[in-house]
Design a protein around this ligand. Structure first.
Ligand SMILES: N[C@@H](CCSC[C@H]1O[C@@H](n2cnc3c(=O)[nH]cnc32)[C@H](O)[C@@H]1O)C(=O)O
Ligand SMILES: [Zn+2]
Length: 432
């Protein structure tokens, strides 16, 4: 057995207490062996965590990682116009190589910010698989289906690809990849295709991930056309199972919150994207009070515009209070829970908690920073004050992905250079 010891840090435990401890990891199994003091100091590899906070690796519950290539490409528009006028045409011009370059850039940024797992919905999924394999992170990948504006053959092909991709890549990257069936949203995929393909996904044991109740404009057409709220419509189409997770859930009424809680379907809250696209304020405290599992996601870098989960945590706290008109809503402990175990549970991952037997996924945060002094409450610091650039080490599946801010699995300058070149060539093509 090869072991790794993370020494001398303050360790965040699953009950959101913090204790001074060392953490011993079985690198072959990729799991945590022990948490305690004086663990022997005989590990094969040691990582210093003095003056640092050892937390579970952050889990980005909803993103489109390759959209890192479209960061800053189109801003300051509402969802519908932004997607139709700018983003979808740009995506139509993206090549597999662009997707690979964007995915590597996004993953690099996530590793540098302490994120060890993410859920993704995009196209050219084999390219994203390759980037995940190489970089060492975990991912829950899905091929996003859009059927509006397509003829029947093209729509069915897109849906079939989502299912095929989910079946092909489940368990890839030494088990670090799992998969979902990914209809883009309840308004961009016609009900015919949900009726045909969702049962097939169930038969294959594949969970479903989709955007829901993101904007008012997305709710109204479903109510008009089907006479029910979107999540009632989702339930009628077999899309509310306990392994499923929906992105956003901004405009949900009491009945829909109850449906989510009863079904055990999780919600991934994306506060920065919801603010930037002026989509609205998700009722996060009400979801939590109802017993819904809530995780956090950045959404794509084109609507955020970064992939920092620490930014997302702070945004979730701020927006959650504003939405509830209550400063005690979405408190630091709840935010830290969403950032780690909440997102992990939503995605069906066992990570998100530092305990024996759990996956060895960590972010180690340097506390020797002016904005992290004094240390009255490290959970508060994690929710409100820590930043991506404070992350010293990132560990996933027992492997050190970043040590003292040096990324070990992918070549940082090369990834940045390639993304720059690819993005420039893409915008040249779009201007022609
Ligand atoms: N196969 C589809 C691609 C769907 S991937 C998922 C899509 O979600 C889009 N997306 C990104 N952010 C958001 C958001 O906030 N709400 C809804 N869709 C988004 C993203 O641009 C991407 O096109 C096709 O043929 O177009
Ligand atoms: Zn999204």
């Amino acid at each position: 057995m090869t072991t790794l010891e993370i020494t001398g840090g303050e360790v965040l435990r699953p009950d959101t207490t913090v204790e001074r401890a060392d953490v011993l990891v079985d690198q072959d199994a990729g799991t945590i062996l022990e948490i305690g003091s004086d663990l022997g100091g005989t590990a094969d590899e040691t990582l210093d965590a003095t003056d640092s906070l050892v937390t579970p690796g952050f889990v980005n519950g909803h993103t489109h990682v390759a959209m890192a290539l479209l960061r800053g490409y189109a801003d300051d528009k509402p969802l519908e116009a932004w997607l139709r006028e700018d983003i979808w045409p740009a995506e139509g011009a993206m090549t597999p190589e662009d997707i690979r370059a964007g995915a590597e850039l996004g993953i690099l940024e996530m590793i540098k910010g302490g994120t060890t797992a993410f859920a993704d919905m995009y196209f050219e999924v084999p390219e994203i698989v390759a980037a995940v394999e190489k970089s060492g992170v975990r991912a829950v990948l899905g091929h996003g289906i859009v059927t509006v504006g397509k003829d029947d053959a093209a729509a069915r092909e897109d849906a079939a690809e989502s299912l095929a991709v989910a079946e092909e890549f489940d368990g890839a990257a030494d088990g670090r990849i799992s998969t979902v069936f990914a209809p883009h949203s309840l308004t961009t995929v016609d009900s015919t295709y949900l009726e045909e393909f969702v049962p097939k996904a169930r038969d294959a044991g594949v969970p479903v991930h989709y955007h829901a109740n993101e904007t008012e404009d997305e709710v109204a057409p479903i109510v008009d056309e089907h006479g029910v709220r979107p999540l009632e419509y989702a339930a009628e189409h077999g899309l509310l199972e306990s392994e499923d997770f929906v992105a956003h859930g901004v405009h949900v009424d009491d009945r829909e919150i109850e449906l989510l809680a009863e079904a055990g379907t999780s919600v991934i809250h994306c506060p920065a994207s919801n603010m930037k696209l002026a989509s609205g304020m998700a009722p996060v405290q009400r979801l939590l009070d109802a017993g819904v599992t809530v995780g956090l996601g950045t959404d794509g870098a084109a609507s955020n515009n970064d992939l920092s989960m620490l930014d997302e945590a702070r945004d979730a706290a701020m927006l959650g209070k504003l939405a509830a008109s209550d400063a005690s809503a979405v408190a630091a402990g709840s935010v830290v829970e969403m950032l780690t175990a909440g997102s992990a549970d939503a995605l069906g991952l066992e990570s998100g908690r530092i305990e024996p037997g759990a996956p060895a996924d960590f972010a180690v945060i340097d506390l020797e920073k002016p904005h992290l002094v004094p240390a009255h409450d490290l959970v508060s610091h994690l929710a409100y004050a820590a930043q991506a650039g404070d992350v010293r080490h990132t560990i996933c599946d027992g492997a050190v992905l970043m040590s003292d801010r040096e990324v070990l699995t992918i070549d940082e300058p090369r990834v940045i250079e390639r993304a720059r070149e690819r993005a420039a060539a893409l915008s040249d093509r779009l201007e022609e």
